[in-house]
Design a protein around this ligand. Structure first.
Ligand code: ARG
Length: 588
């Protein structure tokens, strides 16, 4: 269906044309003086120079052509040459009827679907999922859902970190604790046990212990580095251990992501890219993209016009070992081969921005991607505690995601129980749903690139710009609609009428902004735009709700219209929170 703002602009452009001016001046935008009008057109100001006329004269001419418009009910030329507009209530109601009949709620699926691969996991195997990986998951999941809603083919990849030093550290620590295990016996030829020699709980204790030890004990660190190397060379015992670590850890990660309602289509790992490395390195050397610099193999990525230095992208260290860069470049090669994406989007901590600049430039320079393949980076800021420092546990340790979720849900549970209306048996379940909204909305409502303060009290509040407030609004609508049906009302009956009061019109005018909010959020990689839209919509609804006795209305036609309006509002709210990655409970 035709976009709302385009319809308004079309009407305006017709009037410019009829008055003898160019159509292109007829652009209509939201009013920046909502006290005076709903929309405005500044075309007369823009055209003054071309037509050698005072803007107000042009505005007057145009307004003269708009009497009897079926789209605008008020059109006024005001000094120095603005055209102030109010939308016709009939036109607004008709548009919303069309929107309600549209499965996509007026959001058009793109004519040019792209294949977009989003890299938004990045947890490191064997380390528990911690809050550092929360933002990537939350923002990436939302970008994926937005992209799909707009008709793109989006592939989500978790891209596990399974190939670094953490593996060598765990192997070294295991060897120190249980040297008798077959994995460490040089003459053992297999087969290796099916069961892992550790549980996830043990694994989570082993890694930090090993990591701490390596910082104090140089020889130990050396050993861990050697173990990493041996693993990467395919040493069978280590490879078997790595497999165990992967299995045990992945099961736990999946559980955590599931709880966050974050899903991935691909559970690929850094190690999956390793087979592509030798050929890629050969190619880079052969084509002359890479050269040796103090024994290391590097690709220069400095470009003309750079205002700061962009260091070369290192492909191999002087000892021949590959690096994080190497893996990411080989992963690009793999992704191009397997999925041929139009775009690869990385949702990663913004501290890795320079690093990704190097990787992208190198991939482009060496033609590892096609000319028109987009490589994009959505860098996010740090989640801080109330002290402004990176979020920690009360003891000062790294906060595990599970712990954070438990804390929030516990907090939510308390609030819900205090809010007596819910029967106890559902309270736990409801607390999980509302808790998730608190976390996700708390995160997404901030511009991704900025640091933000994770404020449990604020995020779990039922008032203000929070997830629970939105859910509360949805639940409120659901309960009115349920009651309507219980009282014998028919949801299929009833048709949207013109707004009956100012707050109803304001709500209706918010509803038509759904499509631009979704489109803008995706185009700008800015899910917070959906959040601010939602907050405005929820406020508009609540204002209308407090002024209107919906179920008590005597006139069946009016009541039926409001029920349709509520039902549309509910759909827009629910669709929007789904795009953000959470859902609403039945009651709260
Ligand atoms: N595992 C990395 C980390 O914890 C994040 C990976 C991000 N994705 C990527 N393709 N490099 O820092």
């Amino acid at each position: 269906m035709k976009k709302w703002i385009e319809r308004l602009t079309e009407e305006m452009s017709d009037a410019f044309e009829k008055a003898g001016y160019d159509r292109s001046y007829g652009k209509v935008a939201l009013s920046n003086r909502p006290d005076l009008c709903e929309y405005q057109c500044n075309g007369a100001m823009a055209g003054a120079k071309a037509y050698h006329k005072a803007p107000i004269q042009i505005a007057g001419d145009v307004v003269g052509q708009m009497q009897g418009s079926s789209i605008f009910s008020e059109v006024e030329a005001v000094n120095p040459g603005f055209i102030n507009l109010k939308v016709s209530p009939e036109f607004l109601a008709d548009y919303l009827k069309e929107m309600a009949a549209d499965e996509q709620l007026s959001v058009e699926k793109t004519d040019h679907p792209k294949t977009i691969l989003i890299d938004y996991g990045g947890p490191n195997v064997a380390k528990p999922l911690h809050v550092g990986h929360l933002r990537s998951a939350i923002i990436g999941e939302s970008m994926k859902r937005l992209g799909r809603y707009l008709g793109h083919k989006v592939i989500g990849d978790v891209h596990l970190g399974d190939w670094g030093l953490q593996m060598g550290l765990i192997i070294t620590e295991l060897k120190r604790r249980s040297p008798e295990l077959v994995y460490f016996q040089e003459d053992y030829e297999g087969p290796y046990p099916e069961e892992a020699p550790f549980t996830i709980g043990e694994l989570e204790e082993i890694y930090p212990a090993a990591s701490a030890r390596s910082k104090e004990d140089e020889a130990y660190k050396e050993e861990a580095m050697e173990a990493t190397h041996a693993l990467q060379q395919g040493k069978p015992g280590y490879h078997a251990l790595w497999n165990h670590i992967l299995q045990v850890s992945m099961a736990d990660l999946k559980k955590n992501y599931e709880r966050l309602q974050v899903t991935f289509d691909l559970w690929k790992k850094e190690s999956d890219a390793q087979p592509y490395i030798p050929e890629m390195v050969e190619y880079l050397k052969e084509k002359g993209y890479a050269h040796l610099d103090q024994g290391a193999l590097v690709v220069d990525v400095q470009e003309e016009g750079d205002t700061k230095e962009i260091p070369p992208c290192m492909i191999l260290k002087s000892d021949g070992a590959s690096l994080y860069n190497t893996t990411d470049l080989a992963t690009i090669v793999e992704r191009m081969k397997l999925f041929d994406p139009d775009e690869i989007l990385y949702v990663v901590d913004k501290r890795q921005e320079l690093y990704f600049t190097q990787v992208f430039r190198c991939a482009r320079k060496a033609h590892l991607v096609k000319e028109d393949t987009q490589l994009s980076f959505l860098g996010f800021g740090t989640m801080n505690g109330k002290d402004g420092k990176p979020f920690k546990t009360r003891q000062g340790g790294v906060m595990r995601l599970e712990e954070l979720m438990n804390d929030i849900c516990q907090e939510m549970y308390q609030k819900i129980v205090e809010n007596r209306s819910v029967k106890d048996e559902n309270a736990q379940e409801t607390a999980q749903i509302v808790g998730l909204s608190a976390i996700k909305y708390g995160d997404l409502s901030n511009q991704a690139t900025k640091d933000y303060i994770f404020d449990v009290d604020r995020f779990t509040s039922f008032e203000g710009d929070t997830g629970p407030y939105l859910l509360y609004t949805i639940v409120r609508i659901k309960s009115i609609l349920n009651r309507y049906v219980e009282e014998g009302g028919d949801m299929q009956q009833g048709s949207l009428q013109v707004p009956s009061c100012e707050s109803e019109k304001a709500l209706m005018l918010e509803l038509v902004n759904f499509a631009p909010a979704v489109e803008g959020a995706f185009a700008d990689k800015a899910p917070h735009k959906v959040c601010s839209y939602l907050y405005g919509l929820a406020n508009a609804f609540n204002r209308f709700y407090h002024e209107t006795k919906i179920l008590g209305e005597e006139d069946p036609k009016q009541k039926g219209s409001w029920i349709q309006l509520l039902s549309l509002t509910r759909r827009v709210l629910e669709t929007s929170i789904d795009l953000l990655g959470f859902s609403a409970p039945e009651r709260m």
